[in-house]
Design a protein around this ligand. Structure first.
Ligand SMILES: *Cc1c(COP(=O)(O)O)cnc(C)c1O
Length: 424
């Protein structure tokens, strides 16, 4: 039996705790399933990043899409970080949490007119622009508002981050960014637009990156562009290298630390005079979180043993859509181990959390924790099969707090209820 998963999720007297709080006690109080996050894990990771990049002027913009819970964003704000957003909704939440617009960067291939206008009015630090057409529209809207929109162009450096194809974003064939060969033209065009102010350059090569060398390759390419732009009379003040550092999903995984990234890339950036922007999402919050669930039934078929739990692809989509591995721990480990599929209640064969997994011989009402679920867990959840979303809990020391209430049936029908009154 393992004694701990990491510094934040560990066994005490044979039971899994988050920091100094028993997960069984939380389950008794809030029910299951629930997401649980360790505040200390988040703070430690933030400090690890800050320390690693202390040598150069750096702004860390947390990628809100990894986990946009307001209380998480509030921690981000209190630590002085900014936010990387991909929608108007994320802008709204980041501002609500008190994150200064001066520390917000905005990426995404499909920003609506409404979203562009909203972010212009908020005067965010930079739009990470993904197409020439976006520049035109941004300029028009900024002109109407009598404001200047600050921009960086998202360039596609065409490097392979060697991760899952769905989360590789910096290859030529990807929908993201502007190809590096066309970037100079795009910058010249941006310069010709009256209500656009060029401030930086952006790239983001992918996610769950386990080897930092593609970052070096990407940054070298981006810095070549910076030099070319200088010759064209276009001076930048920042380089934004996106997010993407991987985390530990399997016990044997050994993801790169922020220090490994900074050792590799700070020397490249140090003498350029550029401010560095980082956009970590998964690596700040992923390992700080777990999804706790309860066994509903077990079922023995000729081919397989199934453990059916009260959470599934509606709460945690990653196993279903990326075939992602999440380690699963029994809250109270058993001596007997079995091999089973751990599946959810959703009416889809793709609704599984683990396949052919060696696991404790769990029975009805036993609790389990799906680890490294802090990022792209709650934020990707849905109401499929009309299941209320799980509640979310923040643990700090020996205390915990519900930071998102469990949804209920009335909440779910609210947007549809009014229509029942009319015809049809
Ligand atoms: C998703 C995303 C990030 C964060 O990626 P992680 O792998 O979670 O660190 C950063 N920047 C952009 C533009 C993104 O789309």
């Amino acid at each position: 039996m393992i004694e701990k998963w990491n510094e934040y999720f560990l066994y005490k007297n044979g039971e899994l705790f988050c920091e100094n709080v028993s997960l069984k006690e939380i389950a008794e109080e809030v029910g299951t399933p629930f997401y649980v996050y360790s505040k200390k894990a988040i703070l430690d990771k933030i400090n690890e990043y800050k320390k690693a990049f202390s040598e150069i002027d750096t702004l860390i913009c947390y990628a809100a899409k990894a986990n946009p819970n307001l209380s998480i964003l509030k921690i981000i704000k209190e630590e002085g970080l900014g936010a990387d957003i991909v929608s108007g909704g994320e802008l709204f939440k980041a501002r609500k949490a008190g994150i200064s617009a001066k520390k917000i960067v905005y990426a995404g291939v499909g920003k609506t007119d409404f979203e562009l206008d909203y972010a212009i009015r908020e005067e965010i630090l930079a739009f990470n622009v993904e197409s020439k057409e976006e520049l035109i529209v941004l300029n028009e809207i900024a002109e109407k508002r009598k404001k200047k929109a600050r921009i960086a162009i998202r360039v596609n450096p065409d490097v392979d981050p060697k991760t899952h194809p769905y989360i590789s974003t910096g290859l030529k064939k990807s929908k993201f960014g502007i190809d590096k060969d066309e970037a100079i033209d795009a910058y010249k065009f941006a310069k010709s637009l009256k209500n656009i102010e060029i401030v930086g350059i952006h790239c983001h090569i992918g996610s769950q990156i386990m080897d930092v060398s593609p970052y070096k390759e990407a940054i070298e390419k981006v810095l070549q562009l910076v030099e070319k732009l200088k010759k064209e009379g276009i001076e930048l003040s920042h380089i934004d290298i996106g997010g993407g550092l991987g985390i530990r999903y399997k016990p044997e995984d050994n993801p790169p630390k922020p220090k490994q990234l900074s050792d590799l890339i700070v020397p490249l950036i140090k003498n350029t005079g550029l401010k560095l922007i980082l956009e970590p999402g998964r690596s700040l919050i992923g390992e700080a979180g777990a999804l706790v669930s309860k066994v509903l039934f077990t079922k023995n078929k000729k081919e397989k043993h199934f453990i059916i739990v009260d959470t599934g692809m509606n709460d945690l989509m990653r196993p279903s859509i990326y075939n992602a591995y999440h380690h699963i721990l029994a809250i109270k480990p058993k001596d007997k181990k079995i091999v089973a599929d751990i599946v959810g209640p959703i009416c889809e064969t793709g609704d599984f959390l683990a396949l052919d997994r060696e696991i404790d011989d769990l029975k009805r009402r036993d609790l389990l924790a799906i680890m490294s679920a802090g990022a792209y867990g709650a934020s990707m959840s849905s109401n499929y099969n009309v299941r209320p979303r799980a509640c979310e809990v923040l643990v700090y020391g020996d205390k915990f707090k519900v930071i998102k209430e469990r949804e209920d049936y009335h909440y779910l029908i609210k947007p549809e209820e009014k229509a029942l009154e009319g015809e049809v």
